[in-house]
Design a protein. Sequence first.
Length: 268
Amino acid sequence: MFSPKGHDLERGWPGLVDGDRVIQLAAQTLQTFFSGGGEARHHDSFPLDEVDLRPPVLHPPAVRDFYAFEQHVATARASRGLEVAPEWYEIPVFYFSNPAAIYGPDDEIPYPEGTNELDYELEAAAIIGADGEIAGFTVMNDWSARDLQRKEMKVGLGPAKGKDFATSLGPVLVTPDELGDLRLEMVARVNGEERSRGNLGDIYHSWESILEHAARNTVLRPGDVLGSGTVGTGCILEHGDERWLQPSDEVELEVDGIGVLRNTIGSR
């Protein structure tokens, strides 16, 4: 999704990046485009440097964030004195995040009230297209208020308010055929300093099994988001150094073949 600079950022149009230009698609949303609702308007194109990129899906029907990297799971659970549950190896588990709190490239992320432990999570996400299949992949930041999340996890229902305030997606959606075998290097930087590095190919549960489990007993709709979960080393929690994010920090998540998702933390 994109908007010409100076236009309404809340709406946006779906577009196709072609070299240094963006071609507008004749559809109101990416979801309707996936459903056969429009084609490319080659006469309506814009220079890439004259548009603002928006989240690939502005209002996803659902956001499911999986927990699919063994290194991250093992490290996060060890910090609570726990081993990896045997059931984790049997099914790709997920939690539902908030589709009403989606942010895009270069958006400011509001600093959530009631936390002093703001964290990023370095992820990729699959976006559902037509017929319940994966249409493409994008970068995902599952922002986390760790002190709020820590209290919630003690109750046993999984994360909720600790992640309710923001999820970032972008900068673009790249089709599976363009990305190849998905062994993609993933990097996180805070204020230009590299803090995390991993590889999407290290995911334990395959995207086929993630898709199958997400669709079990329900219907996946165009625009649904399936997050990979955090790659190993892909968050401050794993580092254990408590260098939590602060207002005005710039966070960059980069995935080879997709691009850089950049956001700045707002004031308290």
